[in-house]
Design a protein around this ligand. Structure first.
Ligand code: ATP
Ligand code: MG
Length: 174
């Protein structure tokens, strides 16, 4: 039996709630005085509310990985460079256990785009000692699911983008 207490947690699936579930745990951990780092591997077009809220919570740091992380085909080399830099930062914190919880938001997307080698990432995640790690994003690789301690797949039952053609709502999507 593995006696390591640091959990590897994965939130995946097509339904909404992956990133916000990770942020919910970050909020919960911060209440216990635990230090949390959130690395955002994909930078969206909006000002996400969480970037503003965490300024009020000193235990949680959110770091978007570079500006211009656009995932356009013509920027593939730039995306790869940013993904690698983000991963180097993540793995150094994992090895040093400098945070109690490390959220790697949308890392699954980076992996499914082939911007980071899966085996390298799995090795890095495996090197955790006392930091809980939370990975989010659709299409979690099978090997990551196999390595994880806790995996939840969000499933779409209804979504207003699909069913009502609604745009993103403040406080809900961003
Ligand atoms: P959240 O950040 O709200 O927890 P998420 O991390 O699960 O969502 P992502 O896959 O990162 O979701 O997608 C970002 C946004 O895309 C979500 O806020 C979600 O509302 C939206 N979205 C677009 N289309 C759909 C869909 N068909 N089903 C669910 N969410 C969708
Ligand atoms: Mg997300």
């Amino acid at each position: 039996m593995n006696s390591r207490t640091a959990l590897l947690i994965v939130f995946t699936g097509d339904g909404k709630g992956k990133t916000t579930a990770a942020l919910g745990m970050a909020l919960r951990a911060a209440g216990h005085g635990m230090k949390v780092l959130v690395l955002q591997f994909i930078k969206g077009a909006w000002t996400y509310g969480e970037l503003l809220s965490v300024k009020k919570i000193e235990e949680i740091e959110i770091r978007p990985l570079g500006t211009g992380f656009t995932w356009k085909k013509e920027n593939l080399e730039e995306d790869r460079r940013l993904a690698e830099a983000g991963w180097r930062e993540a793995v150094s914190h994992i090895r040093r256990a400098s945070y109690d919880m490390i959220v790697l938001d949308e890392l699954n997307i980076v992996l499914s785009l082939g911007l980071l080698p899966l085996e390298t990432v799995l090795e890095g995640l495996e090197s955790r000692t006392t930091s809980h790690i939370v990975v989010t994003g659709r299409n979690a690789p099978e090997k990551l699911i196999a390595a994880a301690d806790l995996v939840t797949e969000m499933k779409v039952v209804k979504h207003p983008f699909q069913d009502r053609g609604l745009k993103a709502s403040k406080g809900i999507e961003f």
